[in-house]
Design a protein around this ligand. Structure first.
Ligand SMILES: CC(C)(COP(=O)(O)OP(=O)(O)OC[C@H]1O[C@@H](n2cnc3c(N)ncnc32)[C@H](O)[C@@H]1OP(=O)(O)O)[C@@H](O)C(=O)NCCC(=O)NCCS
Length: 207
């Protein structure tokens, strides 16, 4: 039986979309890939939420996305998510959705606007056992590379707390000033990453 899962071995991602789900019976016949990057599905929501809960609840008491919102976004726009799996276990993920305004507003936290040039990155999170190993930066880099290959996308936006501004700056994001969004009295910086105009990256990305 041919291997059904597609392991991306190149550091550059080609655009990919959800594949037909493989039945659990079929999946068991294969060795789990050591390392795999793929879009998330609603079936991954529990693993996503567990990582998110551990990462955020102990720190701020709030997750960027509730379990319902995770399910919602993974149902509506799975192609704007990316998970990193090691031996079948989720170790890091990004969830994005479409947005249609210049800046992010409170409504952007729960909405997906399809067919727009802007991706709103809601959350990037790395399992606590895997932090400080470069995984967050690598996943973000691959995600941006992947977005560049999707037709019609022009930029990625996110909000973050001040302490993560240097992390996103290193990944190529530029500060756009304080965000209008606040969650439980927390304040954020808005950051932007342009996806176009990087002919060199595109030429070598296998798009
Ligand atoms: C932030 C996060 C995604 C980074 O992933 P990672 O794999 O640990 O990061 P990398 O190993 O690629 O890079 C490490 C860099 O991240 C930054 N960083 C990570 N956590 C940080 C923290 N708590 N405070 C300040 N900077 C931090 C630093 O710039 C660090 O570089 P340094 O060690 O040279 O200072 C990860 O720590 C995480 O999931 N944290 C909890 C959830 C979160 O805050 N998510 C982001 C908001 S949506």
């Amino acid at each position: 039986i041919a291997v059904m899962t597609h392991q991306v071995s190149s550091p550059f991602l080609k655009p990919f979309f959800l594949k037909t789900p493989i039945s659990p019976l079929r999946q068991r016949r294969h060795t789990l890939p050591a390392s795999e990057f793929r879009n998330l599905t609603p079936q991954d929501a529990i693993s996503v939420f567990e990582i998110e809960r551990e990462a955020f609840v102990s720190v701020s008491g709030e997750c960027p996305l509730t379990l319902d919102e995770v399910l919602n976004f993974l149902g509506m726009c799975p192609e704007l998510s990316l998970g990193w799996f090691e031996e079948g276990q989720l170790v890091a993920f990004i969830i994005g959705s479409g947005w249609d305004k210049e800046r992010l507003s409170q409504e952007a936290m729960t909405q997906h606007v399809p067919d727009t040039p802007t991706v709103h990155i809601h959350v990037l999170s790395v399992h606590r056992h895997c932090r400080q190993q470069g995984k967050g930066s690598i996943l973000l880099w691959r995600y941006l590379q992947y977005l560049r290959c999707m037709p019609g996308l022009r930029r990625a936006l996110l909000i973050c707390e001040d302490f993560l501004v240097p992390f996103y700056r290193k990944a190529g994001f530029k500060e756009r000033g304080p965000s209008a969004v606040s969650i439980s009295n927390m304040h954020f910086q808005e950051m932007e990453h342009m996806l176009c105009g990087q002919a060199y990256a595109r030429r070598n990305s296998g798009c």
